[in-house]
Ligand binder design. Sequence first.
Ligand code: ADP
Length: 546
Amino acid sequence: MYYFPPKVLANVEIPSDNTTGAAQTNRRYARMAISFFAVDPVQVERALRAVQERQGRGENVDFLTALTAAKILSKSQAEHLRLEKAPADQAEEDASRRRPTKFDPAAGAPAGDLTRIGPYRILRRLGAGGMGAVYLGFDGAGNRQVALKILSAEQAPKQNILQRFQREGRHGALLVHPNIVRTFGAAQDAETGLHFIVLEYVEGITALDLLDRAGKLQIGDALHIILDIARALEHAHKSQIIHRDIKPGNILVTPSGLAKLSDLGLAKRRDDPASLTHATQGIGTPYYMPYEQAMNAKMADERSDIYALGATLYHLLTGEVPFPGESSLEIVEKKAVGVFRRASEINTEIPVTLDEILTRMLARDPASRYQTASDVIVDLERSHLAAKIPSFVQIDSALQDPVVVERLTSPVETTQPDLQLQSAAQAKKAREQQIWFLRYRDPRGNLVKAKGSAANVLERIKNGTIPANAEASLSAQGKFKPLGQWPEFQTGLAAATSREPEEKANPAEAWAERSGRGRWLWLAVAAAGIGAVGLVLTTVFLWVWN
Ligand code: ADP
């Protein structure tokens, strides 16, 4: 689910008021298309103007159909928007709060009113996400309100989506922390077959809502929220979970000012290959995710979450994202370069310390970033800039929350970096920088020696310039083992081998053949050269002779 920040939406010149109902609906759909599906705003705007013109001439044109015809939206995306309640319809929103939630059969849910799911009573709708909608529910047994995230029946038959939803439930259940929205469980409703996740109900608003209201946040408030989410990340990372979608829209802020990380829909367990969708697809939200994740979601690790947290902090402090752009491609290209405006240039109240923290969080190269969330917490705490209670919170409400009271009354003690996490991260960084020694035989049987970083070796495996049967070692005199026996290269080798069929089943053979082809080419060029020189010499000789 993409959420484009309001700033960017504001840049899109969706023509303003033109009072007819159709024009307003078109405009709403245009904004939703950009916001939900990250489509190119310029194309949407062009389509919108064309449709408005045709409607102005009295033609019966449907804007969503026009977006599909122009291939800006897929049919199912257009349908999704058609079924989505237009957000500006406040009256309708209010009305829906008063009556029991009605499930629209067209939206894939069963016909009729669904007032219960599993043992929970459904009270009202709280919001919609990428895979379904979230409802306020009542848990009679626990005598408490809960949030019920229900996978839409339209999405459930898609195996990858269902698996992702179930994984979200499992990952959530592993995380119990005051700064993470609690997952109580996940189940399938026996009667309707709908899949759902039961979550702690957080009565509050998202950090994106706060940005919408204020444009940007006070420094103390922004740091308070980010510090809370850094604590959430510290806990998640310790539990081997990478969130992969940190953004203002996924931070819920309670009336007591506690920030809670939500939406584990894209989270993965470290080293769990099943957590991946398409390895080459950069899932997540383009404005906040780091370059390496945009290139390949598989590359995301703890440091990618730290980057996204940095991008979120930047947005909260300045009201702007560090790498703005109107299309995912434009944003990613800027991230590839990695240069962004210093936050203090946009908001002159921002002190140098914060610029420095942001530079380390948003470093292009993961090795130059903070390596752990604990390191981020230490620097944020040392800055003493975070508000104890955010300015937008009523002190009375804050003091009713036991977690807030505990934090306010516990002795001031700066967090020490988590040594276990830190040493794991340092070990990872050291391994990335390590030099590998390689040896292998070229097609003529000569022993070749080479060396390079793991990334270097992987690149060469990928482009076939070293054979799969090469041996590697971490020192020149060390124990050499076949590449396939080093975990660092197993995935790369497997990928290279699976790509081979159109060439040769065995990468070593393909490599040898490629090299062999090269050798014949060189021989042909050399023979042609010798022939040409011979011809010139003969001509000169005959000319001198005569
Ligand atoms: P997305 O995929 O858009 O991030 P989610 O499916 O996680 O969305 O949630 C959609 C919306 O539902 C959120 O923006 C929020 O307003 C609301 N919401 C989600 N979880 C909760 C919760 N635990 N308590 C209260 N509201 C929630």
